[in-house]
Design a protein around this ligand. Structure first.
Ligand code: ADP
Ligand code: ZN
Length: 708
C-alpha cells in the first residue's frame, strides 16, 4: 500500500510544499486506503492537492470529472509545469487530439485525465476506461449534482455509473459549497461507500474585508489602485453599462482595464479573460458573470462597486481574491440608494422568491453596516462561529466608537411624529437640518417645532445615524408607502419612557491604519522592489513559455523569495512552492535575478544583508583576482578569500584550487584534522609552523568541510 510518507515526498517534489494543510493529510490517507471521501473546502482551500497527490503516488490513472471545460486546460497546464503527466478530454478537442490522449492513457504514461461529464457518459467511454488501470475517480464541483443548487448539471446525476462499474475504485467528491442538503445529495447520488465527510473552515483569513461609503467611489477606487500598483483585481458592478463606463474611465486615467459581461460575444469575453490571466490587463470590470471557471491564483483584490444581492454571492466573489494564500483585499462600496434600487428590482420579481431575496438583501445590508467584526458575520451566516475577532477587517482594525445618541435620536423621532410619519429619509434630514427646499416649504414642515433642530449634524452623518436607528428597530421604513419613515414600539420607549440609545460615531477624517502612508522600514521597501523585479521576470518567462504567470510561481512564492532572497539551489528549494521540477525549469533564472538585484542595491550604496559575497562573485566572474577585488572594494584580501569560500560552500562555481594548490591543501588539511575545522586561523597558522598564508588556510578549511 502506498504510504502517506510517499505522499509527503510527492508534495515537496512536485508542488514544492513542505507540509499538508490540516485536512489534506487525512483526506489523502483515506484515499490511499482506497476509501471514498467527500471534501468541502472553500475556494483556495487546497482541494486539488487532495486528489493530485494521490494520483501521483498511486499506480494507474486518476480520472477527474470536471464541468468547467475552460478550467481543464489551465489545470492540466499547471500540472505539466509541475512535472506531472496529465491531459484532458472534452468537446473542445479535435478527433485527432482525442485519439492521442486516448493512446497516452492506454500506454500508461498519464497520471491524471480530466474529462467533462458529457464525455464520460458518451457511448463506449466506460468500456474504454475499463481497459485502463484506474487509481481514483475525483468528482470536482460535486455540488453540480444537487438539483437544489444554482449550478445544477443534469449529467452529474448519471455519475453513479462509475460506482456501479468500478465498485473497487475509490472516489473523492469535492466542492466549495457547504450546505447540508448538497452534501447529502453528493453522497447518495454518487453511491459513495460509507464516505468520511471533511468540512474545512470556510474562513479566508488572508482576505482583508473593508466597506466604504459609496460616495465618490471612483476617486476612492483610483486611490485604492495607487496603493495596489499593478496588482490584478476585479471590480464587480451591477450592470453591463456600469462595467463599460468604469473600464473606460479607468483607461482614461491610465490604468490597464477591460470589461466583461454576458452581452459581449464569446470571442470578446475569451479575450478579456485571457488578457487578465496573463497579467496583460490589470483590472476587469465585470458583472457577476465573470469569475466562474477562472483559476487565477494571484487576484489580489476584489471591489464591489455596488452592493451584492446576498451574502452567498458576495462571499463567492470575494473568494476569487487571494487563492494563493497571500494578502488580498475585498472592498465593498455601500450606499443606501443602492439598497433602494435593488429592492425595487427584487419587488418586480415573482412573489414567493421575492420575500426570501429581500431577507437575504437585508442580511447583506446588515453586513455592510456592521459595527462588529465583519468576518464573524460572514462565517456566522454560513453556520461557523469564530472564537475571536479576526483582526483583518476594517472594524477590527478601527473599532467604532459609540456615544450617547439619545438626544439625536429623540430629535429625529420627534420630527417623524410631527410630520405625521409622511416623510422619507431625505426629506426628514432636510427638515432636521432646517433646509428651505420646496418640498419642506410645501409640506409646511418649516413651521414644526423640530425644524432645524439637527442643524449641527451633516446630511451624511444624519443618514448614517438613521440607518443605525433602522437597524436597531428604532424606526421602520414603509417600502410600500414611498419609503416613508414610521415610528415603532421602540421609538415610543425613547420618546416617552426615557430609554437611552448608543450610536456609533463616524469620523471621516480618521484613516484606517492600513491606509496611512507611514514611512516603511527600509527592509520592506527593498523587499517590495525585489518582489516587483521577480514579478517582471515571471511575466517575461510566462510569455516566453505561453502560460499564465501564476502558473510559474504564485505570488505567495515570489513574496517568500523576496523576503528570504535565496541565492543558490538549496535555499531556493526551501521556498514554499518551489518543487524540484519547477526549479529545473525556472529556478536558476530567479536565483540569478535575486543576485543581480542584490548587486545593484549594493552598488547603489544600500547595505543588503547577505549580499556582500555576491558582489565579490560578480567581480570574480569577470576574471578579477582576489587582490584586485579587494582593492576595488576597499576590503582586506582575506575577506575576499573568505567570500570565495562561502560561495564555494553554497555551490557557486568558484575554483579554490586556483589559490591553494592540491599539495598545499594536503599538508594544511592534516593540521585541520588534528585541531578540528573550527579551530582559529591563528592556531592553525602556528601549528603549521607559519609556513602557509592565512588565506590558504581559510580556503583549506572550506575544502576540508566540503570533502570530509
Ligand atoms: P481549491 O481547488 O480548493 O480552490 P487549490 O487546490 O487551487 O484550491 O489551492 C489553492 C492554493 O493553495 C494553490 O496555490 C495551491 O498550490 C496552494 N496549496 C495547496 N495545498 C498547499 C499546501 N499543503 N501548502 C501550501 N500551499 C498549498
Ligand atoms: Zn474582523
Amino acid at each position: 500500500m502506498t504510504e502517506i510518507r510517499e505522499a509527503r515526498e510527492a508534495l515537496k517534489l512536485y508542488f514544492g510544499y513542505d507540509n499538508f494543510r490540516p485536512m489534506q493529510e487525512q483526506i489523502i490517507a483515506r484515499i490511499l486506503n482506497k476509501e471514498d471521501v467527500v471534501v468541502l473546502m472553500p475556494t483556495g482551500g487546497g482541494k486539488s492537492v487532495c486528489y493530485q497527490v494521490p494520483a501521483v503516488v498511486m499506480p494507474g490513472l486518476c480520472v477527474v470529472i470536471s464541468p468547467l471545460i475552460a478550467l481543464m486546460k489551465d489545470q492540466v497546464e499547471a500540472l505539466l509545469e509541475n512535472g506531472i503527466k496529465a491531459a484532458f478530454l472534452n468537446s473542445s478537442l479535435t478527433a485527432d487530439q482525442q485519439y492521442q490522449v486516448e493512446n497516452a492513457c492506454l500506454s500508461g504514461e498519464l497520471k491524471l485525465l480530466y474529462v467533462s461529464p458529457e464525455k464520460l457518459l458518451s457511448s463506449g467511454f466506460t468500456s474504454f476506461l475499463r481497459r485502463l488501470q484506474i487509481s481514483l475517480f475525483a468528482v470536482d464541483e460535486a455540488h453540480c449534482i444537487s438539483a437544489w443548487g444554482h449550478d445544477f448539471r443534469p449529467e452529474y446525476t448519471q455519475l453513479k455509473v462509475l460506482k456501479q462499474q468500478f465498485p473497487q475504485t475509490p472516489m473523492v467528491a469535492l466542492t466549495a459549497t457547504a450546505d447540508r442538503l448538497t452534501q447529502k445529495d453528493i453522497q447518495e447520488q454518487l453511491c459513495l461507500r460509507d464516505p468520511e465527510v471533511f468540512i474545512a473552515s470556510f474562513d479566508r483569513p488572508n482576505i482583508n474585508l473593508m466597506v466604504k461609503p459609496g460616495r465618490d467611489r471612483f476617486n476612492k477606487i483610483t486611490e485604492f489602485l495607487e496603493r495596489h500598483h499593478g496588482q490584478p483585481g476585479i471590480i464587480y458592478c451591477l450592470s453591463r453599462k456600469g462595467t463599460e463606463a468604469i473600464a473606460d474611465k479607468l483607461k482614461k486615467n491610465g490604468f490597464k482595464a477591460t470589461c466583461y459581461h454576458a452581452g459581449m460575444n464569446a470571442q470578446q469575453r475569451a479575450k478579456a479573460q485571457e488578457n487578465f490571466l496573463k497579467d496583460d490587463v490589470q483590472i476587469v470590470c465585470a458583472t457577476v458573470a465573470f469569475g466562474m471557471g477562472i483559476d487565477k491564483s494571484n487576484v489580489r483584490w476584489v471591489i464591489h462597486y455596488n452592493l451584492p444581492k446576498n451574502i452567498e454571492g458576495y462571499y463567492q466573489e470575494i473568494g476569487r481574491a487571494g487563492r494563493d494564500g497571500a494578502k488580498s483585499d475585498a472592498l465593498l462600496f455601500y450606499s443606501y440608494a443602492d439598497v433602494m434600487s435593488m429592492r425595487s428590482m427584487l419587488m418586480e420579481g415573482n412573489e414567493k422568491q421575492t420575500e426570501l431575496q429581500l431577507v437575504k438583501l437585508d442580511r447583506m445590508q446588515q453586513y455592510a453596516e456592521a459595527t462588529i467584526c465583519r468576518r464573524r458575520i460572514l462565517l456566522q451566516y454560513f453556520g461557523e462561529t469564530m472564537k475571536k475577532d479576526c483582526g483583518n477587517c476594517d472594524i477590527c482594525r478601527n473599532p467604532p466608537v459609540s456615544f450617547d445618541g439619545t438626544l439625536l435620536v429623540q430629535k429625529a423621532l420627534s420630527a417623524i411624529a410631527r410630520t405625521q410619519e409622511q416623510v422619507n429619509m431625505g426629506l426628514l434630514i432636510d427638515v432636521l437640518r432646517g433646509s428651505r427646499n420646496a418640498q419642506v416649504i410645501e409640506g409646511g414642515y418649516d413651521r414644526i417645532k423640530t425644524y432645524g433642530a439637527g442643524r449641527e449634524v451633516g446630511t451624511l452623518d444624519w443618514q448614517r445615524y438613521l440607518h443605525q436607528m433602522l437597524n436597531a428597530g428604532l424606526i421602520d421604513l414603509a417600502y410600500d408607502q414611498n419609503y416613508t419613515l414610521k415610528l415603532t414600539e421602540q421609538s415610543r420607549q425613547v420618546l416617552f419612557e426615557g430609554r437611552k440609545v448608543q450610536l456609533v460615531k463616524f469620523d471621516d477624517v480618521k484613516q484606517p491604519v492600513e491606509e496611512t502612508r507611514k514611512a516603511r522600514p527600509k527592509k520592506e521597501v527593498i523587499q517590495d522592489a525585489l518582489f516587483e523585479r521577480l514579478r517582471a521576470l515571471r511575466k517575461k518567462m510566462a510569455d516566453e513559455f505561453g502560460v499564465p504567470p501564476y502558473v510559474i510561481f504564485t505570488d505567495a512564492t515570489l513574496q517568500e523569495m523576496a523576503a528570504e532572497r535565496p541565492t543558490n539551489r538549496i535555499s531556493m528549494l526551501s521556498i514554499s512552492g518551489v518543487g524540484a521540477l519547477k526549479y529545473e525549469r525556472y529556478g536558476y533564472d530567479f536565483v540569478n535575478e535575486i543576485i543581480n538585484f542584490m548587486t545593484d542595491e549594493q552598488e547603489k550604496g544600500n547595505k543588503v544583508k547577505g549580499a556582500t559575497h555576491l558582489v565579490t562573485y560578480e567581480a570574480y566572474k569577470t576574471g578579477n583576482n582576489p587582490e584586485q577585488i579587494a582593492r576595488q572594494r576597499n576590503l582586506n584580501p582575506v575577506t575576499i578569500y573568505s567570500h570565495l569560500a562561502t560561495l564555494y560552500e553554497q555551490g557557486y562555481e568558484v575554483d579554490l584550487y586556483k589559490f591553494v594548490s592540491k599539495k598545499e591543501y594536503q599538508e594544511i588539511s592534516k593540521a585541520i584534522a588534528k585541531l578540528g575545522p573550527d579551530a582559529k586561523l591563528k592556531d592553525l597558522y602556528e601549528a603549521l609552523g607559519e609556513q602557509y598564508e592565512y588565506h590558504k588556510i581559510r580556503l583549506s578549511i572550506t575544502l576540508f568541510k566540503v570533502t570530509v
